[in-house]
Design a binder for this molecule. Sequence first.
Ligand SMILES: Cc1ncc(COP(=O)(O)O)c(C=O)c1O
Length: 360
Amino acid sequence: MHFKEYLANLPAYKPAKLIAQPTQSITKFSSNENALGPSPKALAAIQAALPNIHRYPDSAVLSLRQKLADHADLSPEAVICSNGSDEMILLLCYAFLREGDEAVMTEGTFISYFLRTLATGGKAIRLPLHDFTHNLAAMVAAITPRTRLLFICNPNNPTGTMNTAAEMQEVLAKVPSDVLIVIDEAYKEFVSHPAYPDLLPEVRKGRQNLVLMRTFAKIHGLAGLRLGYAYGHPTVIDYLNRARPVFNVNSLAQVAGIAALEDEEHVARSRAHTEASRTFFMRELANLGLQPIPSQTNFLAFEVGDDAAVTDGLFAKGFTITPLSGWGLPGYIRISFGTMAQNEQFMLALESVLATVGQK
Ligand SMILES: Cc1ncc(COP(=O)(O)O)c(C=O)c1O
């Protein structure tokens, strides 16, 4: 058989022991999920849709796209849905990268940009983070005639940092019009900083080389259903649609997505809980002598010394977290927020683990 070299050489996906589905005695602080659970309105919509599960979904995802378009004051032609935003990253790479084409991204960011670029034959140009934040000027400077995609995660996973509206305007002004700027806004709804960019007006103005990726996996609490979406120019969205598997968004995800968007109370509660958790952890971690990176998201990263040992220690105490050595941030860990009771239990576990491993 003739395997594609660039696909065969990719690291195989191994679900790590530490991030496998948690058992009852394990609390998951490792995947940036919504600690408050799914939107109750989405659950009710799923229940109501179950008897029709023998039918294929609407392949055009019309109702949900209309709802998402209304929310953004755009037309449905400017919206595409996917099987999680992870699939959107694959669709973007599949649609825009020919073998040897370049995608510019950072180290210390969501790994899918790198993996899907390689999986589709592209070349990943990875620049270091600056002060745990995307160095946008360096990224723009790294663009060559072979560059097709520029991936910006804002706010960034795993550091929780963000780039400002002013910085983003510079990017929009400088990036050549044939390079597609992809902004991953998976954690957008958790941001409280006033300088966070709202880029929808750029899409409304008809800018072609800009795609804003979003997900229902975070604030809406629907990670297991797999539902992502993106806003962009109708020409680009139509092109991406050609790359999309016809039934990539299942029918339960479609109804749940609409209900979740309508569930403003769940969104507000989730945002308030995240802000309270952030405040709690910033204070409690500082009390332990740690220096968490100020975050705009529902997770925090900080240095602990031996991240693998601290991860193992926390697992033994019933928590999965994410060691960041594999993300280019050796010595750091990332924790997602739980319920307030879980947050408090976590701090006790961390204090006891740090007393024996890692460095304070
Ligand atoms: C920055 C970022 N983008 C995309 C995703 C993938 O989200 P989804 O569950 O919609 O595939 C994640 C998941 O953790 C993420 O952190």
